[in-house]
Design a protein around this ligand. Structure first.
Ligand SMILES: C[S@@+](CC[C@H](N)C(=O)[O-])C[C@H]1O[C@@H](n2cnc3c(N)ncnc32)[C@H](O)[C@@H]1O
Length: 490
């Protein structure tokens, strides 16, 4: 998931993003006077920047420029094959352009697309998926859309905290393509309950004895609890008292992580989920006051609501309404039956496993993070559902082969991190069909370029892409979820 702190979508394999190859780049500080040019924007790159061409034929990626617009640009980075630029003056305006709802847009790296209408953002995201699937797979079917009504969707966020040279306390997200922290006074994509905490948090930071010792602040919202977790780099007892008073005043649950090492949750997105175990010595979360009960609720039509308990360190889909639609869509595709054997890979705390089991399927859930495996098992037990939770590294072909051999399954759910599910798809593409038919596959992806790569293994192995949806989980950013149903060869 993408988090607000993550500013750029992944770099797709094609050079349509303009970011695929790390060419030597020359910053051109005086470029604004030296390299002014006017050009027409022809299309959007995958990361949402406008693409035009100089008279020489060289491509230019222009921040916040829209197709059809005629713009005078100032180049800020020159590369061998393309330049990067921003708009110096807009000479014509596209119909899709809107006034960005956030005053920090353009500085803060949390959002990339606020200058486009939301329908235009969605069309762009569908186009990115279409483009990636057309490249290696020559797939050109329709792409459906899952979306929510509100733009204030983020139920969790991590705010960086910094003190600048003049002693000003900054709180916010990183700037685009930079580690610089942008101080924010508001954030319109947070759910209202979290938006309401921004001003009180800024006020509080201004009163702390040592704001330098605050690393970052995590915010988390459930339907009945708001949580603030403070990363305290060095103990400051007087400041802890101020945080306690803040928590009481705001009616939020307060957690503290003290010490220098931070939990590197992203390590799971690399190769070794076992690393999660070695993170046990990272600063532990201590609740100040009674630990809150954190629950996510899935209310799917035709089913009793399912509550999934979780801890602040667990993976949680960031947009509750779109998540609910994704789960419903996967349920509709796989139509779980009583007794049907189903494999939920990259299962987290059971977002897909529990509804599938509630519909009667026998679910085997596989997750890399041991804490989440335990949480999933507890969630299934709480609802008395037949889910077997197991820990495994799904990047290891050996583990995946063993798993598929042991577990004949009729359907597989794949919901990997951004790196995708290459080992799993390579294994599923070549799975033996002697003893049982190949499973149907519902793939939920947060990076369409790795989805396209993985789907190619399956298609070359005989699978057929039956349906594709773009789920607009991260409105105003270039990120998206993509859902794909793959049918096995007859
Ligand atoms: C995008 S999340 C999806 C979680 C869950 N399906 C959901 O909808 O909430 C990806 C999950 O994959 C897990 N994961 C990451 N790398 C893994 C690996 N190599 N092996 C197994 N699980 C991994 C993460 O811990 C995380 O829970």
């Amino acid at each position: 998931m993408a988090m607000l702190g993550k500013r750029r979508p992944s770099r797709p394999a094609s050079n349509k993003s303009g970011l695929a190859r790390q060419e030597s780049a020359k910053q051109t500080p005086n470029a604004e006077t030296a390299r002014e040019q006017a050009l027409t924007i022809e299309r959007l790159a995958h990361d949402g920047r406008g693409v035009g061409h100089l008279p020489s034929g060289k491509a230019v990626f222009v921040d916040q420029a829209l197709p059809g617009e005629h713009v005078e640009i100032a180049t800020h980075v020159t590369r061998k094959r393309f330049d990067e630029a921003h708009i110096r003056e807009r000479l014509s305006t596209a119909a899709e352009r809107v006034t960005p709802p956030c005053p920090h847009f353009g500085h803060c790296g949390g959002c990339d697309l606020q200058h486009m209408s939301v329908p235009a953002q969605r069309e762009h995201k569908r186009e990115v998926v279409r483009d990636l699937l057309a490249q290696g797979l020559t797939w050109q079917g329709d792409i459906g859309t899952l979306k929510s009504d509100t733009d204030a969707y983020r139920r969790r966020a991590r705010l960086g905290v910094n003190v600048d040279r003049e002693g000003h306390v900054l709180m916010g997200f990183r700037a685009q393509r930079s580690h610089r922290l942008v101080d924010i006074a508001s954030c319109c994509v947070l759910v209202p309950e979290l938006q309401a905490l921004i001003t009180p948090l800024r006020d509080l930071l201004g009163t702390l004895q040592s704001p330098r010792d605050v690393g970052h602040i995590e915010l988390l919202s459930t339907s009945d609890t708001q949580v603030v977790v403070v990363r305290q780099l060095k103990d400051q007892p007087k400041d802890v008292e101020r945080w306690k008073a803040f928590a009481q005043e705001q009616g939020v649950a307060l957690g503290m992580r003290s010490g220098r090492d931070s939990i590197d949750r992203d390590s799971l997105n690399r190769d070794n989920p076992e690393r999660a175990k070695s993170q046990a010595d990272a600063p532990e979360l201590h609740w100040v006051g009674a630990p809150p009960m954190l629950n996510d609720t899935l209310a799917l039509s035709g089913f009793e609501p399912l509550t999934l308990a979780f801890s602040p360190g667990d993976f949680l889909q960031v947009n509750a309404a779109v998540n609910q639609q994704m789960v419903a869509q996967v349920m509709q595709w796989l139509a779980p039956q009583k007794g049907q054997q189903l494999l939920d890979l990259y299962s987290g705390i059971g977002n897909f496993s529990l509804p599938m089991a509630a519909a009667g399927a026998k679910v085997q859930a596989v997750e890399g993070n041991p804490a989440m495996v335990a949480q999933l098992a507890a969630n299934a037990h709480h609802h008395d559902l037949p889910v077997m939770a197991q820990q495994a590294n799904l990047n290891s072909r050996k583990s995946v082969d063993a798993l598929l051999k042991e577990t004949p399954t009729e359907a597989v759910i794949l919901d990997p991190p951004r790196g995708g599910a290459e080992s799993v798809c390579q294994a599923l593409a070549t799975i033996s069909t002697k003893t049982h038919p190949r499973p149907r596959i519902a793939y939920i992806s947060c990076d369409p370029s790795t989805l396209a790569r993985d789907a190619a293994y399956l298609v070359h192995g005989g699978y057929r892409i039956a349906h594709v949806f773009m789920a607009d989980m991260f409105v105003h950013t270039a990120h998206m979820e993509t859902l794909m149903l793959l049918e096995p060869p007859a």
